[in-house]
Design a binder for this molecule. Sequence first.
Ligand SMILES: Nc1ncnc2c1ncn2[C@@H]1O[C@H](COP(=O)(O)OP(=O)(O)OP(=O)(O)O)[C@@H](O)[C@H]1O
Length: 205
Amino acid sequence: MEPVCLAAHDLACRRGDRILFRGVSLRVEAGGALHLAGPNGIGKSSLIRILAGLMRPYAGHVTRQGGVALIDERLALDGHQPLGRALGFWRAIDGTLAGQGDPFGLEDLFDVPVRYLSTGQKKRAGLARLAASGAPVWLLDEPLNGLDTGWALRAQEAIEAHRAGGGLVVIASHQPLGLAGIRTLVMADHVPPPHEDEEEEEDAA
Ligand SMILES: Nc1ncnc2c1ncn2[C@@H]1O[C@H](COP(=O)(O)OP(=O)(O)OP(=O)(O)O)[C@@H](O)[C@H]1O
């Protein structure tokens, strides 16, 4: 079995003229879970994008072992396709097989165009695509947003099953999470003091 691990060393993130965070190091092994916690705008989504390799860090580096799957507020499914075909498109690209059951209760919606799905149904569709991707490293940006209580529990059960199967998860969430042994990265601990940005500009000049 291929090794599965996500690690980051001394990451800093700059957006516009602001350093959002610095000194973020983390390591999540197979079966592990890490919660990114902090208020709106602190940089959780930015960190997830850096971990996914979609954004370059201002400093530091990330190492990934194992394929990565991401969900965030952008639903990567064609809104004009019926849900069944939209999910099938990705199954063909990801090279995964159909017939993994219907853990997100979508079968009755397969003929409905993706754009007509409700917020929670869209979120379930995103989770179904993620689960079908076969990638061991899950990066989840607010995965429970829009889900009712029952589906939020089912989503967390799917995350636990993924971990039990040797996957790992990093989750940015404002919702309480009931995942066994999950660690928390408090983003507020990594916000630079005010005016540090300007000092940095002077150093660079
Ligand atoms: N392209 C950009 N250019 C400049 N600033 C940006 C850009 N994208 C995001 N930001 C800023 O970076 C900060 C962090 O945004 P981010 O989305 O990472 O926060 P977050 O912790 O995920 O917030 P939330 O809890 O609201 O989802 C915000 O102040 C945001 O306005």
